[in-house]
Design a protein around this ligand. Structure first.
Ligand code: NI
Length: 150
């Protein structure tokens, strides 16, 4: 078990494009485990590798005890729209209204390199978008219509 430090907004690492994972080795597996440990410690629902200072296309999400490890994730289909409060572990205590698709289908590899497709609605769809955006250096605040009082 290893908790890594979560990088906060203002750090350049959060605005960089992450590299694709080509090698599915023990080091990757350790990164995925550390991301889950760090996510559970923080109480959030999703965490992307750049948020622990690692510029690689790796994301973890867990909503209602359903863990997703997403390596090289790509959104392949979206439908509808939802507008709701969104936050980020790199912006502690700040929440803003962000429009996202209501439904998102994503494809991603797991730590062994096998491809999977996942579908999500509502919060899970929002998390797929938010975390995938992190891998291209896109922060949610760019999409905020209106900040909420904290
Ligand atoms: Ni975030």
């Amino acid at each position: 078990m290893a908790i890594r430090n979560i990088v906060k907004h203002g750090d350049d690492v959060l605005t960089k494009k992450c590299r694709k994972i080509e090698v599915f080795d023990q080091r990757l597996s350790q990164l995925v485990d550390d991301l889950f440990d760090t996510l559970y410690e923080s109480g959030g629902v999703g965490l992307a590798a750049p948020q622990v200072g690692v510029l690689k296309r790796v994301v973890v999400i867990d909503i209602d005890d359903e863990p997703y490890e997403l390596i090289n994730p790509e959104i392949i289909e979206t439908r509808g729209v939802q507008n709701g409060p969104e936050g980020c572990l790199s912006y502690p205590g700040q929440f803003g209204m962000v429009k996202r698709p209501m439904y998102v289908k994503i494809k991603a590899q797991d730590r062994t390199g096998e491809w999977h497709e996942y579908e999500g609605e509502e919060l899970l769809a929002r998390a797929f978008c938010h975390e995938t955006d992190h891998l291209d250096g896109n922060m949610f605040m760019r999409l905020v219509d209106e900040w909420l009082e904290s």
